[in-house]
Design a protein around this ligand. Sequence first.
Ligand SMILES: *[C@@H]1O[C@H](CO)[C@@H](O)[C@H](O)[C@H]1NC(C)=O
Ligand SMILES: *[C@@H]1O[C@H](CO)[C@@H](O)[C@H](O)[C@H]1NC(C)=O
Ligand SMILES: *[C@@H]1O[C@H](CO)[C@@H](O)[C@H](O)[C@H]1NC(C)=O
Length: 403
Amino acid sequence: MPVPIRSGTPKKPSEMMRLFMTTFIGIIFGFFLGISFPTLSLSKMNLPSGLFPSIDLTYIEDKYSGLSKQALFNAWSSLKGNKEASPLLPRYNETEIWVPTNPRGAERLPPGIVASESDFYLRRLWGLPSEDLTIQPRYLVTFTVGYDQKKNIDAAVKKFSENFTIVLFHYDGRTTEWDEFEWSKRTVHISAHKQTKWWYAKRFLHPDIVAPYDYIFLWDEDLGVEHFDAEKYIKLVRKHGLEISQPGLDPDRGTTWAMTKRRDGIEVHKDTEERPGWCTDPHLPPCAAFVEIMATVFSRDAWRCVWHMIQNDLVHGWGLDFAMRKCVEPAHEKIGVVDAQWIIHQGVPSLGSQGQAQKGKAPWEGVRERCRKEWTMFQDRMTNAEKVYYKAMEMDPPNSTAR
Ligand SMILES: *[C@@H]1O[C@H](CO)[C@@H](O)[C@H](O)[C@H]1NC(C)=O
Ligand SMILES: *[C@@H]1O[C@H](CO)[C@@H](O)[C@H](O)[C@H]1NC(C)=O
Ligand SMILES: *[C@@H]1O[C@H](CO)[C@@H](O)[C@H](O)[C@H]1NC(C)=O
């Protein structure tokens, strides 16, 4: 009986073979580059004798569409971050530089000058650049703030040590007033009227901009931090391997979800029981793989993924909390709540008052309505995107996709 070929594997055997051969030759070639590098000079690139003597390197090179030894060497050494900038770089032709491995659009630059990542480190206008930074903060914390919450933010900022870069996103246009606080001078202030945390995050926290930070805190302005210490929080997050996390919320303050309620006597938790019928699967939100969006903390890698999921027009971020699990694997182990360092959600409806009265409705009603609408829109986009993907791949979607 003939076995039908699964529709999900479209590659023909000959294609598979070619792919295999290419990969194989690539691996061998890479290996030779690796082992021969320490003895390489610009003028000679010989195979160490005795190893795989039957394979001629020049032959393999010829297979690589005419790239010269020189170009290969340079491309490779620049990939390795070789500091000895060579005057001879991969060439497009004899007169132009063309480095395909550079970031898209920067192929004409010699790789040694390409700075593809940045940071929020403040620098001096004098002295040596290398002496600008006494500490290089490894963590980033951002607050989306209005000046009315200055007391809260002042208290919160003081919970973050000098190992944190602080960025304030101002939605009320008042930035200079903050200079009454000593820490304001070493803070980055970004101002745009009446925008949300996720709007700022999408525009100012591109993964390449926040690349030096191990963890990124994306916090609201109405969080009480009496029982929170940022350094201790980071320690716990590292210890328990949490890629996406939040501090536990004071249960006396009527929280929405069981998952984010703080528990006594433990360091972290990663799952919960919810009201009957709320969870289709104990490994899925809101019973696991779930934190809220008010005080989220991301690892660098998780943020690189989540940033790409943020939609430019869905500014309230509703629904992200249910979808963030798609960025880490296994999500029910890497998303969790830190109980030992916890916060109090004060529930100041700050953005609500930034809305606009319309059709006889209060400003906050319009904002609330849009939040709900965005949630549905986000879910629809995600569902459609997955549908399109699985269809294109001729695969059946996994059947435990929640919401
Ligand atoms: C090579 O250099 C010449 C002279 O600058 C230029 O006109 C040409 O477009 C370049 N590129 C190629 C692919 O020949
Ligand atoms: C800042 O980070 C360094 C290195 O991890 C650590 O030794 C130091 O204790 C941290 N500072 C504070 C205030 O925790
Ligand atoms: C998921 O798929 C498997 C295999 O196709 C099936 O046996 C199972 O009943 C499905 N589960 C649900 C909840 O649909």
